[in-house]
Ligand binder design. Structure first.
Ligand code: 9MR
Length: 467
């Protein structure tokens, strides 16, 4: 445990995990006598760091929402807070996507990284192509920061205030901000962000700055000079869009040198891409790489946490931007945990107890969910899980998300926990093993109001089941 991070650890553990049956245990705790899937957010919290993911607001339902809520304690909207998303036309604000991510995070005890206030890309054309005087653009940027950071005041853990200000050689990128306002736009943006939301930690974020190189040297010199001028900068974000087998050997030393300047550091957009198809060897290397990045963060006291840029290969920017490449995230396209997920967990201290990683069903699972009885405020439901794979399942956890705000109040034949709308049911000691073709059944009472809509998606040990 990092001593200076006790506050953050306490936050992580106080997540609204609610135990409704059985002994008190955190969501995802190992059922007796069985290997359980690791829960990254709990493991990270025990070290005083967070583990986050970028998300897409429109996908926050079903299995996607369940995994995002269960495994991560920080969310970054992948696109929804960018200037082009929130004010595509001057004075015409669209907050629904950003609001949805912030609301979801709060409902699940998660922090939010705000991304991003001042960036050359995904800018509305009225900003990018305006014919600006310096005073005119300065006022527009100040207003944008005051409006967006002000809207979410008190609800954002970190803001990426300025994103990607550098070229690869360490010179300043000639964005509209740089061209019209000069070097000082960075300091002005940080001051405006502090004024708008004094509680948010303010970050400078960039890519290809993970190792020690010309670009990260430029970032280092800028942070040093901002600190010397009293500019309110709190952290540095290393995006970490990496390639399998190429984690920079100087990553840890680089994190440390920024920390030594008196700022926090976060890995903000981690993904590790490979040339497709993914092979066992590449996935094994990717596991080692995810583990190494997580270990580098853990090794430096001021490293606040790690965010993966999408947790599933079905929600990754890589295939669209790098032809023939992909498989860059910790879960596959069907939400099955990949070796990379276990690499993260191992870095965070999880061991599989010698049973081998991934007790997930080899061939799959089906779930039958039935409401047996319903009255004005409550209901009784029964859930039957079938192992349709060819190997036994030894220890299981079934996850789902409530579509209409139900709550589990009492359960039998499983230990059920609920955090926000996300539910986890773990086996009892006497039904931990499900032989191929066999089933396990448990039941519970719940409360409902308005509607009692059945869940549409379930995962068994992280693998999506047929419903
Ligand atoms: O993940 C984002 C993707 O959906 C967008 O199409 C893309 C457009 O530039 O931006 C992606 O996110 C970027 C992030 O905002 C800044 N660092 C690089 C990320 C990957 O391009």
């Amino acid at each position: 445990m990092k001593l200076q991070s006790l506050r953050r650890a306490a936050f992580g553990i106080s997540a609204t995990a609610l135990l409704v049956a059985g002994a008190v245990a955190p969501a995802g705790a190992a059922p007796a006598g069985a290997a359980a899937e690791p829960v990254l957010r709990d493991l990270a919290a025990a070290h005083g760091i967070y583990y986050g993911t970028a998300v897409t607001a429109s996908k926050l339902n079903g299995t996607y929402a369940t995994v995002a809520a269960q495994q991560f304690d920080s969310l970054t909207p992948g696109n929804e807070m960018k200037w082009g998303s929130v004010e595509p036309v001057r004075g015409d604000f669209r907050w629904s996507g950003a609001d949805a991510v912030v609301d979801f995070a709060e409902a699940h005890g998660q922090k939010v990284r705000g991304h991003t206030l001042v960036w050359h890309s995904q800018l509305p054309s009225w900003v990018e192509n305006g014919s600006w005087t310096a005073d005119g653009l300065r006022a527009v940027v100040a207003d944008h920061i005051a409006t967006e950071a002000g809207r979410y005041k008190g609800r954002i853990d970190h803001w990426d205030v300025v994103n990607e200000p550098f070229n690869e050689d360490g010179t300043r990128r000639q964005s509209v901000f740089q061209r019209v306002l000069g070097d000082g736009y960075v300091a002005e943006a940080f001051r405006a962000a502090r004024a708008a939301d004094p509680a948010a930690k303010l970050y400078l974020n960039d890519y290809n700055v993970e190792g020690i190189n010309a670009k990260s040297d430029a970032m280092y010199n800028l942070v040093r000079s901002l600190k010397a001028q009293g500019v309110p900068i709190d952290g540095v974000g290393l995006q970490a869009h990496l390639i399998v087998g190429q984690v920079p050997s100087t990553l840890r030393a680089n994190i440390q040198r920024f920390a030594d300047l008196g700022v926090d550091v976060a890995v903000t957009e981690l993904d590790i891409r490979m040339t497709l198809p993914a092979t066992d060897a590449k996935l094994a290397q990717q596991k080692a790489d995810y583990k190494a990045v997580t270990q580098a963060c853990l090794a430096v006291a001021r490293c606040a946490g790690v965010t993966v840029w999408g947790f599933t290969d079905s929600d990754s920017w890589i295939p669209d931007f790098f032809e023939g490449q992909g498989a860059a995230t910790p879960y596959d396209e069907n939400y099955r945990p990949k070796p990379a997920y276990y690499g993260i967990a191992e870095a965070l201290g999880w061991t599989d107890g010698g049973t081998g990683p991934g007790p997930g069903p080899v061939g799959g699972c089906t779930v039958a969910y039935g409401v047996q009885n319903q009255w004005s405020t409550g209901f009784t439901a029964q859930v039957t899980v079938r192992n349709t794979g060819t190997a036994p399942v030894n220890g299981w956890r079934l996850d789902w998300t409530w579509p209409s705000g139900q709550r589990v109040t009492q359960a039998w034949n499983a230990t059920v926990t609920q955090s926000g709308t996300a539910v986890s049911a773990s086996n009892a000691s006497y039904n931990a093993t499900i032989a191929p073709g066999a089933t396990a059944t448990f039941g519970f009472n719940g409360s409902w109001s308005g509607a009692n809509t059945a869940p549409t998606a379930f995962t068994l040990n992280g693998a999506a089941c047929t419903v």
